[in-house]
Ligand binder design. Structure first.
Ligand SMILES: Cc1cc2nc3c(=O)[nH]c(=O)nc-3n(C[C@H](O)[C@H](O)[C@H](O)COP(=O)(O)O)c2cc1C
Length: 188
């Protein structure tokens, strides 16, 4: 498939449908280079990437479960086990962190958009390699204690956790918002 075909047919593969193998170390480097190769007004590089693979996924899950339990003291054991297993759904997870902040020239909004572009580049690059990928935020992207775990400063924000892995079945197409309703030709 051409890159254009991949973009035009891309579908997220649900993280729960992912399996081993994940990207090789070389493929991971390629994914990171793709993420890094995004438009970036002012050459600020307003993003960083945190990699979760192997045992680190379970270790992070245990931290998530502890935070979840502290904030939901009545949570049943089943819910805690779920938090522990979140990152184990995929062989590789890349957290994309927006480090956007005030800048003399570049609006913060544009820096945030650049982090979104990094997420999309990872998705496209992963699909190009034949992997499934899904951009998730879930609750832990918006939790201050999780931000500490990721060494984020208060103004940093998680753009997404990109789950990447192999998959058995191609996902079905989904209904898309109408393109026609979202396009206008100015002046006509
Ligand atoms: C910033 C962002 C955060 C998202 N977070 C979630 C999420 O937490 N849970 C979820 O089910 N889908 C989430 N999605 C949607 C999926 O990534 C995916 O786009 C959606 O399932 C539609 O599938 P498609 O990518 O094949 O169109 C998010 C998408 C974006 C852009």
């Amino acid at each position: 498939m051409s890159l254009l075909d991949i973009i035009l047919t891309r579908r997220s593969v649900s993280s729960k449908d992912m399996c081993e193998p994940g990207p090789s170390p070389e493929q991971l480097q390629t994914l990171l280079r793709a993420a890094h190769r995004v438009p970036d007004h002012g050459k600020i590089g307003p993003w960083r990437f945190v990699i979760f693979q192997g045992d680190a996924r379970a270790a992070f899950g245990r931290e998530l479960a502890a935070i979840y339990q502290a904030e939901n003291p009545d949570a049943p054991e089943k819910a805690l086990e779920l938090q522990k297993s979140l990152l184990l759904r995929a062989p590789l997870v890349i957290a994309v962190i927006s480090t956007a902040g005030p800048h003399v020239k570049v609006p913060e909004w544009e820096q945030v958009l650049s982090a979104g572009a990094a997420c999309q580049n990872i998705l496209i690059a992963a699909h190009t390699m034949g992997f499934g990928a899904q951009w998730l935020t879930e609750w832990y992207s918006y939790n201050d204690k999780v931000k500490n775990l990721l060494n984020m400063e208060p103004h940093h924000r998680v753009a997404g956790f990109i789950y990447i892995g192999s998959f058995a079945e191609k996902p079905e197409e989904r209904v898309r918002p109408s393109l026609e309703e979202r396009v206008s030709y100015w002046g006509q």
